[in-house]
Design a protein around this ligand. Structure first.
Ligand SMILES: [Zn+2]
Length: 80
């Protein structure tokens, strides 16, 4: 999948709008977290962030609390 050619202006606060067609194709909704990286070619790469545990960075068996994710292993450690 290669969608390109959409040119957007950046506003005075550095914000841009992700095109609606891109959001629809990638299943990005309001409130989703996006990760931005600058690659060696000087390009900004934006990807949908994968939720991870705030303590260990794990991505399996996550629970959400106050908009933060915690894995089941860390929940168990916290309860001990
Ligand atoms: Zn964890």
């Amino acid at each position: 999948m290669k969608a390109k050619g959409d040119i957007r202006a950046i506003d005075e606060l550095g914000r841009i709008v992700v095109p609606k067609t891109f959001r629809r194709i990638l299943g990005i909704e309001a409130g989703d977290m996006l990760e931005m990286n600058l690659n060696d070619d000087g390009e900004i790469v934006i990807t949908k962030a994968t939720p991870s545990c705030v303590f260990c960075g794990g991505t399996v068996e996550l629970r959400e609390l106050e908009k933060k994710h915690i894995c089941s292993k860390c929940v168990k450690k916290l309860s001990e």
